[in-house]
Design a binder for this molecule. Structure first.
Ligand SMILES: *Cc1c(COP(=O)(O)O)cnc(C)c1O
Ligand code: SF4
Length: 339
């Protein structure tokens, strides 16, 4: 109520400090949300190879005292991660086979994907790249010339995708340098970023990032990654609105996750909230058989039932395409085309 507070200047939004503050022990995360290991059937674990990481903004959206909270389940290392999971792999997509140069994945003809960063602000426990050896696979400053030469040398590449890790964990200066170099390749028309940072640290949408997007000749697409409507806080909506105003096409990809979003009502609510924030649903991924994440799997029959129900609930443009990444295919495979 106090006018002093109402007119106080906003806190400086230091997204990099928020990124550093994300690293928590599993015990600290539980403390934060008022739960104990006994609230989880298989207990909880700490995995030093893929530690818990939850930026403060995402943490604030978790409902305290709720062991079923769909946001918490995405970031809490539960005991299931370390149980034996037969048939699960560390590189389920065989991505090592598609490396065109260090840091460049060339699976699909018209687009090249750059592993622009090995870091993510938030660690999603279902991540298919959780065992990725970024050391060998990541784009480095010294490898950048070779990566750009691969793109420049093939006019079939129309779109460059910055992925990772998360490309928005790079500094604005580093991103600007990379985007400028990509824009100098005349046959590239589109720049795409795949980023979960926008729902984890909405302050990542800095004036410098917006300037960079407005200035480039490239058509910019950002595919955000949100799995539940409660991730789309008012602050996230404001950040997305700024990107839209800068001319970005905004899409969302989700992963179909057991107990997080594996029902049509939850997914329909997500689509509606995305649309209200100016974002269209794009892909809804079936989980990949990555070791340590089997407890998130939803089977294809259940996915098909959810898809049918979603079509009844939503206009077609708000129904995400359910896909699976099948190694060796020339595009992602829609649910209906899986054998
Ligand atoms: C998913 C993916 C793409 C992008 O595919 P779209 O269907 O265009 O979204 C590009 N490269 C790789 C390696 C991918 O896994
Ligand atoms: S943000 Fe993406 S790459 Fe990073 S941990 Fe989550 S799912 Fe994996």
């Amino acid at each position: 109520m106090s006018p002093v507070i109402a007119f106080a200047p906003p806190e400086p939004a230091d997204w990099q400090a928020q990124q550093r503050a994300a690293r928590l022990t599993t015990a600290a995360l539980l403390d934060h949300v008022g739960l104990t290991p006994a609230d989880f059937s298989a207990g909880v674990v700490d995995d030093p190879d893929f530690p818990v990481s939850v930026p403060p903004h995402f943490l604030a959206q978790i409902r305290p005292g709720d062991a079923q909270d769909p946001l918490l389940l995405q970031v809490l290392a539960r005991g299931e991660e370390l149980l034996p999971q037969p048939g699960r792999l560390t590189d389920p997509l065989e991505e090592a086979d598609y490396r065109a140069a260090p840091g460049v994945l060339r699976k699909y003809r018209s687009r090249a994907l750059l592993i622009a960063s090995g870091a993510c602000a938030i660690h999603c426990r279902y991540c298919f790249r959780r065992h990725y050896d970024y050391g060998a696979a990541m784009l480095t400053r010294s490898g950048e010339a070779e990566a750009l030469a691969v793109i420049a040398g093939d006019p079939a590449i129309e779109e460059v995708i910055l992925s990772g890790g998360d490309p928005l964990s790079l500094s604005d200066a580093r991103l600007a340098a990379l985007v400028t170099a990509i824009a100098a390749i005349s046959h590239v028309t589109t720049l795409r970023l795949h980023s979960r940072t926008l729902v984890a640290i909405p302050d990542r949408v800095t004036p410098a990032l917006l300037d960079l997007i407005r200035a480039t000749r490239l058509n910019v697409v950002i595919v955000i990654h949100s799995n539940h409507e409660r991730e789309l806080s008012p602050a996230v909506s404001v950040a997305l609105g700024r990107l839209r105003a800068a001319g970005v096409t905004l899409l969302n990809q989700s992963v179909l996750l057991a107990r997080v979003n594996d029902d049509a009502i939850t997914l329909a609510a997500l689509s509606r909230r995305l649309f209200a924030a100016g974002v269209l649903p794009y892909y809804l991924h079936l989980t990949d058989p990555v070791a340590g994440a089997a407890h998130f799997d939803v089977d294809e029959a259940r996915a098909a039932a959810i898809d049918a129900e979603l079509r009844g609930l939503l206009p077609g443009y708000l129904v995400p395409r359910i896909v699976r990444e099948v190694p060796g295919k020339t595009a992602k495979t829609p649910l209906w085309a899986l054998d």
